[in-house]
Design a protein around this ligand. Structure first.
Ligand code: ZN
Length: 178
């Protein structure tokens, strides 16, 4: 499936952006293309941290990608633009993590979202999960010895979630058959 996420021609840091695209396109049927005349597209903006809207908003949609953002951070923001919320805001999160509200500054980033979980289990290893600290503990897994907040790769469940959301099954089957 081709998405409507496209690049503006003036973008810098193209290698990093392409690496983040590859983290997604290598394991899903989602493809990224440069903007031609499309009216809805992603516009990469530097200088405002790492941030993205969730889902397609229409028009020139800003994705903030400043110098401190890694390729993994950018991949996380792209998944927001593709429609994914933070894993730790799932409705069932209190079974798996403890939120320490007294240490949280940006409360909106920890509010529960009644989003579609695609019938997939809670995933502490998701690239969409926050880490455990902002200096002080913010979100802690109930299961001991688990690392959370990785930004290195899509987890197996991240991959399944995207492939379900974008109905990649048939495309991936074809890929394996050829
Ligand atoms: Zn995020």
């Amino acid at each position: 499936m081709i998405t409507d996420l496209v690049l503006t021609p003036t973008v810098s840091r193209e290698a990093e952006i392409k690496a983040a695209f590859k983290m997604i396109s290598d394991v899903t049927c989602i493809r990224f293309k440069k903007r031609d005349t499309e009216s809805s597209y992603l516009k990469f903006v530097t200088g405002n941290g790492c941030a993205s809207f969730v889902g397609c908003q229409g028009g020139a949609q800003q994705l903030f990608f400043s110098s401190e953002c890694t390729v993994g951070n950018l991949c996380h923001e792209l998944l927001h633009a593709l429609g994914l919320y933070h894993e730790h805001t799932r409705e069932d999160r209190d079974k798996y993590v403890t939120v320490n509200w007294q240490n949280i500054v940006a409360e909106n980033n920890f509010k529960v979202n009644p989003g579609n979980t695609q019938n997939l289990p809670y995933d502490l290893t998701s690239i969409m999960h926050y880490g455990r600290t902002n200096g002080n503990p913010t979100v802690l897994p109930k299961q001991s010895g688990v690392e959370i907040g990785q930004r290195k790769h899509l987890s197996q469940l991240d991959i399944e979630r995207l492939n379900k959301l974008y109905r990649c099954g048939r495309a991936l089957e074809n890929k394996y058959m050829t």
